[in-house]
Design a protein around this ligand. Structure first.
Ligand SMILES: NC(=O)c1ccc[n+]([C@@H]2O[C@H](COP(=O)([O-])OP(=O)(O)OC[C@H]3O[C@@H](n4cnc5c(N)ncnc54)[C@H](OP(=O)(O)O)[C@@H]3O)[C@@H](O)[C@H]2O)c1
Length: 348
């Protein structure tokens, strides 16, 4: 199963909102096939693993054990049902990492195979699967993207000073982490003040990787189109209560009686994006933290320097469980997770 998870990870860059899944086929202690989900909407891991089996070895499938990180799907979506594919190929023994959180599957894949005489074992890899696919779990169980809030704070708890523009708070190593994290998310979101104060690029520059979709919350419609984010050749999404247009970018006007954040969630899911990285500032972080379960993870760096005064760092909510605490260069990195979110993820 460890090998199957290693394979699953290889698919991460190209599968968008689909889950990363790996599969290994073992016959008499020898791997005779392996595969993973490579492309969004493309063949699933089980299909690729069976395709990799040498034609002269196909008869061995009946005696082989299939290890697959996530329950094989039971329904016909962009590709045919994998549970059926295994049955049709004469497979008799399947070991599954955990149940699929997709309500269209959740146990049905297992049931289909058992009804056809396949011996199915289910292991307890829900945590590993959720770590690998937080966006998929969040979209399936909470009907919204997985939301990570990130900031850097001084040792006395400030994230910046009004009117001072962009202030580097974390060190070079911390900034590399931030760029890696950006590249691992489908979208990055900030509030309009951060755009005005810092004029950030919000792209991935310090590491290899794709830049996420930039989203700005701008209820009063103050953005002009002259800010840096609009000049980088990538479409920016602005969510606002005002009606406005910025050429080559997308302006979403939301009913002023409704909050903007659920509209962002809905729009992201409709575009097959299920991971959101929020980079502040304080008001925006608080809006996510104070919403009805609108956040899942907090990541922050604390530098050794003091600012003395400024904009307070976000308030850490009570519903947090420590995940990582580590020194990164001169900064301390802390990652906390929402207890509620992760209880829901691993309860399957
Ligand atoms: N150290 C760090 O990690 C870090 C990161 C980012 C920013 N910063 C600093 O943070 C400062 C900006 O933070 P900030 O708190 O003043 O502003 P902010 O959170 O960046 O933006 C706040 C603005 O967003 C708009 N907004 C849209 N939807 C909102 C909602 N649901 N709730 C609240 N606001 C909403 C509001 O303007 P409308 O009313 O017009 O909509 C509001 O004025 C800057 O000084 C920047 O340097 C630090």
């Amino acid at each position: 199963m460890n090998r199957a998870f290693e394979l699953a990870l290889l698919g991460k860059p190209k599968i968008r909102s689909n889950p990363a899944v790996g599969c290994v086929i073992i016959h008499n202690d020898t791997i005779i096939g392996e595969g993973y989900h490579r492309d969004f909407g493309g063949p699933h891991a089980e299909v690729n693993a069976i395709l990799s089996v040498q034609s002269g070895d196909m008869y061995k499938l009946m005696e082989a054990t299939i290890y697959v990180t996530l329950e094989p799907c039971s329904y016909i979506g962009k590709t045919p049902s994998c549970a059926n594919h295994l049955i049709e190929n004469g497979v008799k023994h399947v070991v599954i990492g955990c149940l699929d959180p997709n309500p269209k599957v959740r146990g049905r894949g297992i049931q289909m195979m058992r009804e056809q005489g396949v011996n199915v074992e289910v292991l307890r890899y829900a945590q590993t699967n959720a770590n690998l696919n937080p966006g998929f779990y969040s979209s399936m169980l909470h009907d919204r993207p997985y939301v990570t809030l990130k900031w850097a704070q001084s040792s006395d708890g400030f994230i910046g000073q009004k009117g001072q523009g962009s202030m580097p708070i974390s060190g070079q190593k911390g900034r590399h982490f931030t760029h890696t994290w950006r590249s691992e998310h489908h979208a990055i979101l900030v509030g309009s003040n951060t755009v005005f104060e810092d004029n950030p690029r919000l792209d991935v520059r310090l590491v290899e990787g794709e830049s996420p979709q930039v989203i700005v919350l701008d209820r009063r419609g103050r953005l002009t189109g002259n800010e840096m984010i609009f000049s980088l050749g990538k479409e920016v999404w602005i969510f606002s209560y005002q009606i406005k247009e910025i050429e080559h970018h997308r302006w979403f006007t939301v009913d002023p009686s409704k909050p903007l954040i659920p509209k962002v969630f809905e729009t992201m899911l409709a575009h097959e994006m299920n991971t959101l990285f929020v980079e502040g500032g304080r008001q925006i972080h608080q809006a996510f933290l104070e919403g009805p379960m609108w956040w899942d993870e907090l990541r922050y760096f604390t530098s050794r320097e003091k600012l003395g005064q400024g904009i307070d760092a976000p308030a850490i909510p009570a519903d947090c469980t420590p995940y990582i605490r580590e020194d990164i260069g001169d900064d301390e990195m802390v990652i906390l997770r929402s207890k509620q979110t992760w209880q829901n993820f691993i309860s399957l």
